[in-house]
Design a protein around this ligand. Structure first.
Ligand SMILES: *Cc1c(COP(=O)(O)O)cnc(C)c1O
Length: 222
């Protein structure tokens, strides 16, 4: 089941890369395994996936223990409470959901030196929904500047969860706005655009996504 869905997703990504003049292989399929058991991760791994994302710290740590022998790059994409920063800084390679200087500072201070810098994306609330985390776009230049100075973090880019839309052009619009805002900063270190989920990955790739975060379309309904 996972193999079939994965094949379909890979074809969909490849096609979007071609149609929208993206370099082949430019877009990373990040498998969102939250709420799914470790055996689903093992199955996707068997078919070549190496990047997995989790939203809940305790749940992720449990699965990481079960999958200790696997060579997985772990991404954290959920809301971050202060009392979880140490665990996140210790057990993940990437954090996509940083939306305050306070959380960024804690992650930097608590990142074990031996692990090297923690890759960071700043989460932007691009559609201005109250229910979503993230900074507003106007705050991006200043937060970028401050996070870039933290010694144990490596600022890589931005993450967004646009309001859900079924219309393709409507799906593209928020991503385009975010892409342009980042381009305007002219910072070559910002090479990661984490937007696009199961329902809007083609629109995301059309607007420059380098990471699509796919849960449902790979692992099935949660
Ligand atoms: C759950 C989740 C996803 C995956 O969503 P699907 O629609 O199931 O692909 C992507 N990003 C974040 C931040 C999530 O929490």
């Amino acid at each position: 089941m996972i193999y079939k869905r994965l094949n379909h997703l890979r074809a969909q990504i490849r096609q979007a890369e071609t149609v929208y003049n993206r370099k082949p292989g430019d877009v990373l399929l990040l498998a969102v395994s939250k709420t799914k058991p470790a055996r689903d991760i093992a199955s996707a791994y068997q078919w070549g996936l190496r990047h997995f994302a989790e939203s809940y710290c305790q749940e992720a740590l449990k699965k990481q223990r079960e999958l200790g022998a696997f060579d997985i790059t772990w991404h954290f994409i959920g809301p971050i409470q202060s009392n979880k920063t140490k665990a996140i800084a210790t057990h993940f390679d990437w954090v996509h959901s940083v939306d305050s200087l306070k959380i960024a500072k804690r992650l930097s201070e608590q990142r074990p030196d031996v692990l090297g810098a923690l890759n960071i994306c700043l989460q932007i609330n691009i559609s201005g929904e109250q229910s979503k985390s993230g900074i507003v776009l106007d705050e991006l230049p200043q937060l970028c500047e401050m996070v870039a100075e933290l010694p144990n973090l490596r600022l890589r880019g931005v993450m967004a969860i646009p309001a859900s839309a079924t219309d393709f052009e409507e799906q593209r619009r928020p991503n385009k706005k975010l892409y342009q805002a980042v381009a305007k900063l002219g910072n070559p270190l910002l090479d990661t655009f984490s937007f696009g989920m199961s329902g809007d990955l083609t629109a995301a790739i059309a607007e420059g996504a380098t990471v699509v975060r796919i849960g449902t379309a790979l692992f099935g309904k949660r």
